[in-house]
Design a protein around this ligand. Sequence first.
Ligand code: KMH
Ligand code: ZN
Length: 274
Amino acid sequence: MDPLIITVAPIGAEVMPEQTPYLPVTPAQLGETAAAIRAAGASMVHVHCRNDDGTNTHDVERFRQARDAIREASDLIVQFSTGGAIGMTPEERAAPLALRPEMATLTCGTVNFGDDIFENSFPIMRGIAAKLDEFGVAPELEIFDLGHLSNAKRLAQEGAIRLPAHVDFVLGVPGGLDASVENLVDCVRGLPPGCSWSVAGIGRMQLILAAVAVAMGGHVRVGLEDNLYYSKGRLARNEELVARVVRIAEELGRPVATPDQARRLLRLGTPTAA
Ligand code: KMH
Ligand code: ZN
């Protein structure tokens, strides 16, 4: 099996600082988290940004500061979110791509998101895909439901994206596909040929689906964006969630990828200085 790529989504857009003391809110805190998760065994970080008061922002300057802090602290692959937060416009969501991160997400369809709607119509997806192309950013295709795989194939047929690509199954969002082993297996069966994949399970399923992915030859996303707890009632630090997956991988005989090994597996070029 390929070495295991561990991505960390350390903050996201939905968790608020009142819920846990361990959210990296500022660029400096993201830098500290980057050093800690790298030391624990992560090779990629999925970035959302906040203002100092914890509110969401997709301001380009804030992303530049976050990117620079992460790069100063680590050699992690920096992956920007283009999902942002509910209510952001597609233009806002795509704006930080001008910084040419090595990777960024492309959500492949609209999905209910709790009581909200995370809107990704075909025009929105085509628009973000065009920006990814314009700035030479590799996509990670975010799949919240099985139909999103069909949408990804349709986007590829149109020429909006190229396959194979790296695909992340985000399972367990209220309104999306449930986080279960059976659903993960169905997702992997539906993967376009040649694609690599990871799974991000929401809540307590993060750990279980991570273990299954390690065994199946997939890759893993952990972090506070998707799960706040280490165990029932015990808040997690991002680096602890990484360390636990590393221990599982070691027990199962699966090597863990360095960032440079992950770059090769994901067919990424060398990071640019934009
Ligand atoms: N915050 C969600 C609405 C992504 O980062 O690409 C969308 C999200 C997906 O987190
Ligand atoms: Zn995200």
